[in-house]
Write a protein that binds this ligand. Structure first.
Ligand code: SF4
Length: 349
């Protein structure tokens, strides 16, 4: 007969196999009361939304070196934070990050609230992030469900309802298993199991502490789970980016409006991005050349194909939009990825 999944078995496994992550206090250090800094937990959870651990690590190191506390981050200039976030994507997260840091300082004396409700009241902190911070930083028995946890729950219970419809069912399953003892370590243990053993394509069931309790292992259905509703095809949009360089080496750039895609980020002036080609809208009078090839980028809801036009302009010609940024103040790494792709095309191999 199949066993019931026991949180304790997973915790024993976690004590030996926890991933070393820069924002984590390893289980051995937690036993004598070592707690992770809520600021680091919160920052890592915001960065990890829609992004892999490998991509987040260097950004996390850079942020915590430059802004070691939530008060340091709250006092940072918006443009510095946006530039430091460039390349990580989903830029609304960076704007909310600043809002949240400032709210922690203004409304909570620079100390993160230690209750689920308190955390939920912070800007940009939804149920997932509040649960993760509550569990990991404050050891509260909050249920934390990310993609890894969904996969593990669907398999352990052999649940075939497709996502996203299955979300509440899987959340209920995860809640039923969350222990009162060491809930923070348990939350991280399920995530680690999903990330390292119960992986999407090749689960290493032979190494799994829950194999004896796993219904999908019994049924031989693990690799089929979780089921997912068919995805809608992403449309393709077209656009033009105008890269104007002044004879002194300055580039014509503009900051995008705060609201909307890539909000608040630095970028090249350009046309709208639409499924039909948009009319030309050069930001300055010049002899524009069209580069061969395109800058291609995929956003959550569409693919983008960007035509890149370049021009060299004299010192005395005023732009209709944007500002010229001298080479000493311009770093391509301050640009979001799609804008950097356009720059790379202009710079050539
Ligand atoms: S036995 Fe296999 S499918 Fe089941 S939880 Fe463990 S790794 Fe996942």
């Amino acid at each position: 007969m199949r066993e019931t999944p026991r949180p304790q078995d997973l915790l024993v496994w976690y004590d030996r196999h926890a991933r070393a992550l820069p924002w984590r206090v390893p289980p051995r250090a937690r036993v004598p009361g070592g707690r992770p800094d809520p600021y680091r937990v919160w920052l890592s959870e915001i960065m990890l939304q829609q992004t892999t651990v490998a991509a987040v690590k260097p950004y996390f190191e850079a942020f915590t070196t430059r802004w070691p506390t939530v008060s340091d981050l709250a006092a940072a200039r918006d443009e510095d934070v946006m530039a430091a976030w460039a390349g990580l994507g989903y830029y609304a997260r960076a704007r909310n990050l600043l809002k949240c840091a400032r709210a922690v300082v203004a409304d909570h004396g620079g100390v993160f609230p230690d209750t689920l409700d308190g955390l939920l009241s912070l800007p940009g902190v939804g149920p997932y992030t509040a649960g993760a911070v509550a569990a990991i930083a404050f050891d509260l028995p909050a249920t934390v469900v990310d993609g890894n946890v969904e996969r593990v729950m669907a398999r352990v219970h052999d649940e075939h309802t497709p996502l996203p419809q299955a979300k509440p069912i899987l959340t209920e399953m995860a809640a039923a298993l969350t222990p009162v003892d060491r809930p923070g370590d348990y939350a991280q243990a399920v995530m680690d199991l999903g990330a390292t053993i119960c992986t999407p394509r090749n689960p290493a069931c032979g190494l799994c502490p829950w194999r004896g309790a796993c219904a999908a292992w019994d049924a031989g259905t693990a690799v089929e789970l979780p089921k997912k509703a068919p995805k809608k095809r992403k449309p393709t949009r077209l656009g033009i980016a105008y890269l104007a360089r002044r004879v002194d080496g300055a580039w014509l750039l503009e900051r995008r409006p705060d609201k909307g895609l890539l909000g608040g980020m630095l970028g090249w002036p350009g046309s709208d991005w639409a499924e039909e080609a948009s009319p030309e809208s050069p930001p300055i009078r010049a002899e524009w050349k069209t580069l061969p090839g395109e800058a291609r980028h995929t956003f959550t809801h569409f693919h983008l194909r960007l035509t890149v036009r370049t021009a060299l302009v004299p010192m005395d010609r005023p732009p209709g939009r944007g500002v010229f940024v001298g080479p000493e103040d311009f770093s391509p790494s301050d640009l979001p990825t799609v804008m950097r792709k356009a720059f790379d095309l202009a710079r050539g191999p």
